[in-house]
Write a protein that binds this ligand. Structure first.
Ligand SMILES: [Zn+2]
Ligand SMILES: [Zn+2]
Length: 191
C-alpha cells in the first residue's frame, strides 16, 4: 500500500506541472491502478474460468500421481509388515519353547566319538574330535511355556471393509480401533 501511494503522489506531482493539453494526452501509468479502485479495464486481468479450470486440472493430475505413489508405498510397507509379523510369531514361539539337553554320554553322529556332558545345557558344544554338532544320546527336554491369554483381536493385518485401507497391529488388542482413513468401525483381520 505505501508503494502505490507513493506512485500516486509521483503521478500527481508530474501531472500538476504539466500543461493542460499534456495532462489530457499523458497516458495514466498502469501502476496507478494497481491496488487502487481504478476502472476495471485497467486492473490486472482476472484469469478466465477456462484458465482456472486448466490450472486445477494440472493440480488434480499432480495430486492423483502423489496418491498413486503413496498407495504403492503403502502396499510395499504392507507386505513388509506381514513378513515382520510372521517373524514376530516365530520369535514368540521360540521364546515359549525351550530345549534342554540333559547331562550324560552322547555319541557324535559324524565320527562316533563318545562325549560326556557333565551339565545340562540348552546347546551342546561341538564335537572336540570333528567339530560336528549332531549327537546321539539322551532325548532333549522340551519345555513349553503357556502362551499369555490371547487378545480378542490378535496381532496381524486388518483391512477396513468400507475403504479397504489396511492397518497392521503388532500386538493384539481387545478393542478394535476405528479405521484411520475413513473412521468406520469395520476393521477385519486379513492376515
Ligand atoms: Zn565328531
Ligand atoms: Zn476405512
Amino acid at each position: 500500500m505505501p508503494n502505490s501511494r507513493r506512485k500516486l503522489g509521483q503521478y500527481r506531482r508530474k501531472s500538476g506541472s504539466a500543461k493542460p493539453w499534456q495532462r489530457l494526452t499523458t497516458p495514466l501509468s498502469s501502476d496507478y491502478y494497481v491496488g487502487v479502485n481504478g476502472p476495471p479495464s485497467q486492473r490486472p486481468p482476472v484469469p478466465s474460468a477456462k484458465d482456472r479450470a486448466k490450472q486445477l486440472a494440472v493440480q488434480l493430475r499432480a495430486a492423483v500421481a502423489e496418491a498413486k505413489a503413496a498407495e504403492a508405498r503403502a502396499r510395499r510397507l504392507g507386505e513388509q509388515v506381514m513378513q515382520a509379523l510372521a517373524e514376530v510369531r516365530q520369535e514368540a514361539e521360540a521364546v515359549r519353547t525351550g530345549v534342554e539337553y540333559p547331562s550324560g554320554r552322547y555319541e557324535c553322529a559324524s565320527c562316533r566319538q563318545s562325549v560326556l556332558f557333565t551339565h545340562p545345557s540348552t546347546e551342546l558344544s561341538p564335537c572336540f574330535n570333528c567339530g560336528a554338532r549332531n549327537y546321539r544320546g539322551p532325548k532333549p527336554k522340551v519345555t513349553h511355556i503357556a502362551p499369555p491369554t490371547p487378545s480378542r483381536y490378535p496381532s496381524g493385518m486388518y483391512e477396513c471393509t468400507k475403504c479397504h485401507i489396511r492397518a497392521a497391529f503388532v500386538e493384539g488388542v481387545d478393542v478394535l480401533p476405528d479405521c484411520e482413513f475413513c473412521g468406520a468401525k469395520q476393521l477385519k483381520q486379513v492376515g
